[in-house]
Design a binder for this molecule. Structure first.
Ligand code: IPE
Ligand code: IPE
Ligand code: MG
Length: 627
């Protein structure tokens, strides 16, 4: 029976999200006996977060194993199943893409991403964990204890610290993992020792599974010292030396657990949770040490009675502690994402019908006079969001002996052609810098032309009945009233169009956008409507001019200068940058297509190491010009 009350109290009402969390809960219950038992000591929102984190990791692990149990005769099954590595990579890239979009494309990822956004968890710790799974795919071997320990501190500790810090944060204790490590060195050592103890315990209890994958999870040094032969282990032959080794390692892990005291100033409910967790691990160690030979064949279960003797009082104590000192948990769940093909905020059926009618009324873009057609790119190679600094109008005109204002007129034509090209190639988001808050420094005739050209461009795009939804990002201050009216009117007239979301940045300044968002958040906090400690990046982005604008994938600047000039600082943090010498009026849709092709050839890493080979096959359309 799914614990529907727990989900209700955690604010989960969306059926798909519910299914995702349920899948994670079942995976946790089936594979993480201790983690599941401890999750039940936590208040509902943290309980489901534990399931999402633990369950999602198990799901990825299983996926890497989906080829089925290894063939006993063939010990190096992992090497002979390249499918494992591929499935894992596919899952990880889908996760990266989903996280950028703020929605999961399968139920488990949906729950995981919901948890990450709700608690503002940085993805770094998951990437270290994925790295561990990648290593597992190829079978991991340690020569010495030192290697084993270094691996733990690099790969496993960040995950455990992140989980610990989430727990403390929810309990109102400020404890970012980095802060723990920096400010209380003894605490960092204690955490590290506890993590070593947990992973050594797991190495013992998971031995049978690991052997099945042809993998011995203990350092060779430990085997040599004890006189245990790797081949015996892989053949699952027990020896007195092996049994003695298990007892010694269990004693070592127990002493590590005993020497990693809980940090002193803890919320009582956190203390009960962490205390129960380590007690259950002691129990697990005892179960392993009591029957060493059995470890070669199966994972030992926790003895039922001893387990209940621990858990029943822990549940009472945890509930009491939470009752007396309630967790000031204020997770900030992300807003439900809009369906992929609908304009944000208009999901109802009648609106969908209105949209369908509207869509029929839109026309396709006129072809380029040269007959050029867009390149055909694999969908995963396409950027979702292209942003352009349309620069170089003035210099283009001056070079032709024309007044700068003529450059702005020619710039409007370039914009319209690029929009046609964006529709043809199937781009979803295009954002253009038309006028910055700094551009008021320009001479009056130029300002006058720009304040005429920008509304003109808007009118033309509305009248062309292309499938383009127009948005305005910027501030009202100093803009003429009729320009504001045109911008708002264009937004209203095109709000049902779904093909391309074209955001016009007019009187836009990036720092001002971030500052205004911070000011609104501060007001909300001062009024007691939000808890400052719950402000996530996602929550912050809701206060930006166009909150639904996704991260920029490709930032293009024409005109030869290589700077961003206060354009979309929040959204471009991970954009690919492309600077072209061509002045904006000399640009047309083919420039956009070539830029997109260049983008498709780049490898984006997001701080990780390259996984997916670059150079996807680019299929060119008929008649496209050579780059
Ligand atoms: C971009 O062209 C248009 C606006 C800034 C409004 P510029 O007018 O900046 O042209 P250059 O950079 O002076 O050539
Ligand atoms: C950036 O161009 C603004 C727009 C294209 C609207 P600018 O020409 O104003 O930028 P700087 O002065 O070269 O940084
Ligand atoms: Mg300029």
């Amino acid at each position: 029976m799914p614990p529907t009350g727990v989900y209700r109290r955690s604010g989960i009402h969306d059926p798909a999200l519910f299914r995702g969390y349920e899948a994670c809960r079942r995976a946790t219950r089936a594979t993480g006996e201790i983690e599941y038992a401890v999750s039940l000591l936590l208040p509902p929102p943290l309980r489901i977060a534990t399931w999402a984190l633990y369950g999602a990791v198990r799901a990825v692990d299983d996926l890497a194993d989906a080829a089925g149990p290894p063939d006993r005769e063939n010990r190096s099954t992992n090497e002979s199943d390249p499918g494992r590595a591929e499935r894992l990579e596919a899952w990880i890239s889908a996760f990266d893409a989903d996280l950028r979009e703020g929605r999961g494309s399968d139920p488990v990822r949906q729950a995981l991403i919901h948890t990450m956004l709700t608690w503002n968890l940085p993805p770094g710790f998951l990437h270290t964990l994925f790295e561990e799974l990648r290593q597992d795919v190829h079978g991991r071997q340690f020569a010495t204890w030192q290697e084993w320990r270094r691996y733990n501190s690099l790969i496993n500790t960040p995950l455990v610290l992140r989980a610990g810090s989430l727990l403390m944060r929810a309990a109102g204790l400020s404890a970012e993992p980095e802060a723990i490590a920096a400010s209380v060195p003894e605490a960092a050592v204690a955490w590290q020792t506890a993590v070593d103890a947990i992973y050594l315990t797991d190495a013992l209890v998971d031995l049978s599974d690991d052997l099945g994958r042809g993998h011995v999870p203990l350092p060779q040094e430990a085997l040599d010292e004890a006189g245990v032969h790797r081949a015996d282990l892989l053949a699952r032959h027990t020896t007195p030396a092996f049994e003695e080794l298990v007892r010694r390692l269990a004693a070592r892990a127990r002493s590590w657990l005993d020497h990693s005291p809980l940090p002193p100033v803890l919320h009582p409910a956190v203390a009960v949770t962490l205390g129960t967790y380590t007690d259950l691990y002691r129990l697990r160690l005892k179960a392993a040490a009591d029957a060493p030979a059995a470890l070669l064949h199966r994972r030992p279960a926790l003895p039922r009675n001893a387990r209940l003797r621990l858990l029943l009082p822990a549940r009472t104590k945890a509930a009491l502690a939470r009752g007396l000192f309630p967790f000031p948990i204020q997770p900030s769940p992300p807003p439900p994402p809009a369906p992929a093909d609908a304009p944000e905020g208009h999901g109802r059926a009648d609106e969908a019908r209105a949209r369908a009618v509207q869509q029929q009324a839109t026309t396709s873009p006129p072809p380029h006079p040269s007959g050029a057609r867009p390149p055909r790119l694999p969908p995963e190679a396409m950027p979702r969001h292209v942003a352009i600094v349309m620069d170089g109008n003035g210099r283009w005109a001056t070079a032709r002996g024309l007044p700068r204002t003529d450059g702005h007129r020619a710039g409007t034509e370039a914009l319209i052609d690029v929009v046609h090209g964006a529709l043809e190639i199937g781009l979803k988001h295009l954002t253009v810098y038309a006028f910055s808050t700094e551009n008021w420094k320009r001479p009056a005739d130029e300002l006058q032309t720009l304040m005429y050209e920008i509304p003109q461009a808007m009118h033309r795009m509305v009248d062309e009945t292309l499938d383009v939804r127009l948005r305005w990002a910027g501030v009202r201050s100093r803009l003429p009233a009729d320009v504001i009216e045109t911008l708002l009117q264009a937004e209203r007239a095109t709000r049902e169009r779904t093909g391309l979301l074209l955001t016009m940045c007019v009187n836009y300044g990036g720092r001002a956008e971030i500052t205004a968002a911070a000011a609104k958040l501060a007001q909300e906090a001062a009024a007691g409507r939000i808890d400052p400690s719950s402000v996530s990046e996602h929550a912050f982005a809701r206060y930006l001019h166009v909150p639904e604008l996704p991260d920029v994938d490709l930032l293009l600047r024409t005109g030869g200068d290589q700077r961003t000039s206060n354009f979309l600082p929040w959204q471009v943090t991970y954009a690919e940058l492309l600077f072209l010498d061509t002045p904006w009026p000399a640009v047309d849709r083919r420039t956009l297509w070539e830029a997109i092709e260049q983008y498709a050839r780049r490898t984006r890493r997001y701080g990780s190491v390259p996984r997916i080979p670059a150079q996807p096959t680019l299929l060119r359309g008929h008649g496209a010009p050579s780059p």
